[in-house]
Design a protein around this ligand. Structure first.
Ligand SMILES: Cc1cc2nc3c(=O)[nH]c(=O)nc-3n(C[C@H](O)[C@H](O)[C@H](O)COP(=O)(O)OP(=O)(O)OC[C@H]3O[C@@H](n4cnc5c(N)ncnc54)[C@H](O)[C@@H]3O)c2cc1C
Length: 494
């Protein structure tokens, strides 16, 4: 099946898929398969043997059933913007891409819901309902390209998730093709369903429990008033202190994001204008929304707290176009850094808000120690860091150094009481660190849940869970277990 398992007769599988699917939905040409060899994280590359592009739930179900009957592993793929290697077929597996499943199936404004196919692009949902005064809240910075199916699988967050919650708070129901090819419904179109919350189990499962083929999303009414503040600081600690003061005062902004000096300059260079003050050590973007009077009061209080923390200047944008301009830089930060360096590695760790200044200072030390520049841009309100490690891919041995630095950053996050991922998932990139957070018993329990959906482990094999094969015998996992004095490795379920 995978690794040392029985080999798959791919030419035969291709013939059977051609019989199952409409013309031009099976990709087998080497040059075309190149487009599927990685996701947004270019460190891990593996070209799949075959890719299919189904258009309907029935076609997905037929393909998955064929896989189940023949022991063929499969990997769901949305837009391929993931940042943990989740959509990459690293062992021999069929890639099932949803890029032809891009219909909005139903718009139900009275009940504030839409039903979409999984390949629908995140920003299309808001675009479809904005005219009626509604929007879809989860807004990853990649929202103009990433798919709703990918968002569900990663439980994606975004700028507005501080106030409104992540994807799982906005998905009511899911139609899912299970790994045996059967189709089932998880959740529904009601806020509460009288059943085990399998919808919640599926969201964030990174393609390991099946393929979502239709998704019912909750819509929100656009707020009456919105203001964005841009505060700039001469020290990162001051920006962190502003975040602390604002939240301690009971203000709940829609979003609170910080960019460091490196990122500010990268973004200003990208757009060829000085939108953000180039000499600032950090800028803090704060969005406040609600009723007009409520927003006016929050703007006044937040501004005074930012000044108290040491803000040099505070700019306010209330018109939609000005607000969009302030956010444009933040949302283009990764692309802006990508213009400066041919390659970068985005880390994704979480720390309690209060630990932000200390952890950022420690990251700076690590950056010097590893001799690799690190740019910082992050969801400050929820302590979700995205250090971008800049490197030149052609430098010998650099991949290992980058991964070591990434791991050290995650270690810092854990020591500060945080997590190894905030929103980009575990995928293949972080599976060897999962046991830094969870005991062998925890991991074995997660595997029991997974096997209840997928007894043969055909759906996105090798992702999320550490295995001796992927993490090595000398894995940190064994070391941690020894430290914990446990004899139980949990390996019997892998
Ligand atoms: C510039 C940039 C900015 C980003 N900003 C953010 C951000 O602010 N917040 C954030 O959370 N993420 C962010 N991301 C990461 C990424 O965009 C998200 O993880 C996104 O949800 C991935 O969607 P996708 O369609 O590209 O999924 P893919 O990369 O194609 O797949 C991701 C995972 O989902 C699984 N999958 C895909 N479709 C399905 C399906 N229908 N059913 C079951 N499993 C499926 C895949 O198997 C894989 O494990 C960013 C990425 C980039 C490149």
């Amino acid at each position: 099946m995978t690794g040392d398992g029985p080999r798959i007769d791919w030419p035969r599988l291709q013939r059977r898929l051609l019989n199952l699917l409409p013309p031009r939905t099976v990709v087998a040409a080497r040059q075309e398969l190149l487009a599927y060899d990685c996701d947004g994280l270019s460190l891990h590359r593996h070209q799949p043997p075959l890719v299919v592009l189904p258009e309907t739930t029935e076609q997905v179900a037929a393909v998955v059933k064929l896989c189940a009957d023949n022991g063929v592993p499969f990997v769901a793929r949305g837009s391929g913007t993931g940042l943990s290697g989740g959509a990459v077929a690293e062992s021999e597996a069929l890639v099932i891409a949803t890029s032809r499943m891009r219909s909005i199936l139903k718009v139900d404004l009275p009940n504030r819901q839409v039903v979409v196919q999984p390949g629908v692009i995140n920003s299309w949902v808001t675009r479809a309902v904005a005219g009626e005064g509604f929007y879809y809240a989860p807004d990853p910075s990649s929202q103009v390209v990433c798919s709703i199916g990918g968002n569900v699988a990663e439980n994606s967050g975004g700028v507005h998730c501080l106030k409104y919650g992540v994807t799982s708070n906005h998905v009511l129901g899911l139609e899912v093709v299970l790994p045996d090819g059967s189709v089932t419904q998880l959740g529904g179109n009601l806020a509460e369903m009288p059943e085990l919350d399998l919808r919640g189990v599926f969201i964030g499962s990174e393609g390991t429990l099946g393929i979502a083929t239709a998704i019912t999303l909750r819509l929100l009414q656009a707020p009456q008033s919105v203001a964005v503040l841009l505060a700039d600081f001469t020290a990162m600690e001051q920006a962190g202190e502003a975040v602390r003061l604002v939240t301690a005062a009971g203000v709940l902004p829609a979003g609170m994001e910080i960019m460091d000096n490196f990122t500010i300059n990268a973004v200003d260079d990208l757009f060829g204008r000085d939108e953000y003050p180039r000499d600032a050590a950090a800028v803090l973007l704060i969005e406040l929304d609600g009723q007009e009077r409520e927003v006016a009061a929050a703007v006044a209080l937040t501004s005074s707290l930012c000044h108290q923390a040491g803000a040099r200047t505070i700019r306010q944008a209330s018109e939609a176009a000005d607000r969009a301009l302030l956010w444009k830089g933040r949302k283009s930060a990764f692309a802006a850094v990508g213009r400066i360096t041919p390659t970068y590695y985005v880390q994704d760790g979480v720390v309690p808000r209060g630990a932000l200044p200390g952890v950022l200072a420690a990251i700076e030390c690590l950056s010097r120690q590893f001799n690799l520049p690190v740019a910082n841009v992050f969801h400050a309100g929820d302590g979700n860091l995205h250090p971008l490690i800049l490197y030149k891919a052609d430098e010998p041995g650099v991949n290992e150094r980058v991964q070591q630095l990434g791991a050290e950053i995650l270690r810092l996050c854990l020591e500060a009481g945080g997590s190894i991922t905030g929103e980009h998932g575990v995928g293949s990139d972080k599976r060897c660190y999962l046991d830094w957070m969870f005991s062998a018993d925890d991991l074995a329990t997660m595997q029991l849940v997974r096997r209840a959906f997928d007894p043969d482990a055909l759906a996105n094999p090798g992702k999320i869970f550490p295995t001796p094969a992927s993490c090595g015998e000398s894995s940190r996992r064994q070391a941690v277990l020894r430290q914990q004095g446990s004899n139980h490795t949990g390996a019997e379920l892998f």
